[in-house]
Ligand binder design. Structure first.
Ligand code: PGA
Length: 289
C-alpha cells in the first residue's frame, strides 16, 4: 500500500510544515530510485533500555505500526535486549539488529559477541563502525575485519562513516568519507556489496539536536554512491541503500528522506519513543514514481 503524494502533502501541512519546491523535485527523483533499492528505517538504541523495557516498547510499537507494505524497519538494540526484542517482534516486519560484533568468530575474547551468536539469537542487522565505538578506539581496520566476519555469518552490516565539525569546517569532508568507506569496504567482493548498508552520520549532528540540512546530507550520500560506483559499478551503486543519521526525528525526517540519495535513516534518540519512530517510518513511505 503506497500512500498517494497528495496525502503526504496534506499530512506535512497538517504538521505545520510544507515541503519546499526543491524538496518536491528531489522527492520525485527519489521516488524513481526506490524501484532500484530498499528504504530502511533503523533505530540505534545505544546503551538504553533494559530487557523489561524492551518488551514494553515493542508491545507499544506493535500497536502503532501502520498496516500494509512499508519500508524495511529495524531496531538495533543492546545485546541483552536482543532475545526480548526478537520474541516480541517475531510475527511483524520489524527486524532486530545488534550494535556491534567481534571481528573474531570464536575463542578467548572475554566480553565479546560473535556474529554467529547474533544470527542464532535472531538478528538480521549489525551496526559497525559507529562514531561512538570509534571514539572508544575502534579503527578502520577493525571495522573492515568486523564487516567481513558479519558478512560471512549472514548479517547485514550497517557501516557508519562521518566527519567531525572541525573536518567539515576545514573542507576535508569528502576526502575523509572516501577514506573511511574505502578502508571499511576493503576486500569486499562485488557480489557481496549489495548486502551492505552504509550510514552517513556526521559526528557533529549525533545526539546534538543539530541536523545536517537535507542538502548537506544529500551531498555526502551522493558522494558515497559515487565511491561505490567507481569501485563496484553503476548497477551496484544504484542498488545500494545509503542512510542518513544524526538527530533525525519526526520533524525533520520528511525532507531528509525526500532526497534522491538518502534511502532511509539511522535513528538514535527518536527511536526510543514508539510514536516518534513510527512517524519517521510513515515519512519514509513516500510514493514511487
Ligand atoms: P541521534 O543518533 O539520532 O540520537 O543523533 C544517531 C546515531 O548515533 O545513530
Amino acid at each position: 500500500q503506497v500512500v498517494p503524494t497528495y496525502l503526504l502533502r496534506v499530512r506535512t501541512c497538517l504538521r505545520g510544515g510544507r515541503a519546499s519546491p526543491a524538496c518536491r523535485i528531489a522527492e520525485r527523483e527519489r521516488g524513481m530510485n526506490r524501484k532500484y533499492r530498499k528504504t530502511l528505517i533503523a533505530g540505534n538504541w545505544k546503551m538504553n533500555k533494559t530487557p523489561t523495557q524492551t518488551k514494553a516498547f515493542m508491545t507499544e510499537l506493535k500497536g502503532l505500526l501502520p498496516k500494509g507494505r512499508w519500508c524495511d524497519i529495524a531496531l538495533c538494540v543492546p545485546a541483552v535486549c536482543i532475545p526480548a526484542a526478537v520474541r516480541a517482534m517475531r510475527e511483524t516486519r520489524v527486524a532486530i539488529g545488534a550494535e556491534n560484533c567481534s571481528a573474531h568468530t570464536a575463542g578467548a575474547y572475554t566480553g565479546e559477541i560473535a556474529a554467529d551468536m547474533l544470527v542464532d539469537a535472531g538478528c538480521k542487522y549489525v551496526i559497525l563502525g559507529h562514531s561512538e565505538r570509534r571514539a572508544m578506539g575502534e579503527t578502520d581496520a577493525d571495522v573492515n575485519a568486523k564487516l567481513h566476519t558479519a558478512l560471512d555469518a549472514g548479517l547485514i552490516p550497517i557501516v557508519c562513516c562521518g566527519e567531525t565539525l572541525a573536518q567539515r569546517e576545514s573542507g576535508v569532508t569528502e576526502e575523509w568519507i572516501t577514506m573511511q568507506i574505502k578502508l571499511a569496504l576493503a576486500g569486499v567482493p562485488e557480489e557481496k556489496i549489495r548486502r551492505i548498508v552504509i550510514a552517513y552520520e556526521p559526528i557533529w549532528a549525533i545526539g546534538t539536536g543539530e541536523t545536517a540540512t537535507p542538502e548537506q546530507a544529500e551531498e555526502v550520500c551522493q558522494h558515497i554512491r559515487t565511491i561505490i560506483r567507481k569501485r563496484f559499478g553503476s548497477k551496484n551503486a544504484r542498488a545500494m541503500t545509503i542512510l542518513y543519521g544524526g538527530s533525525m526525528n519526526e520533524k525533520n525526517a520528511f525532507e531528509l528522506l525526500a532526497q534522491p540519495d538518502i534511502d532511509g535513516g539511522l535513528i538514535g534518540g527518536a527511536s526510543l519513543v514508539p510514536e516518534k519512530f513510527v512517524r519517521i517510518i510513515e515519512d519514509a513511505n513516500q510514493p514511487v514514481g
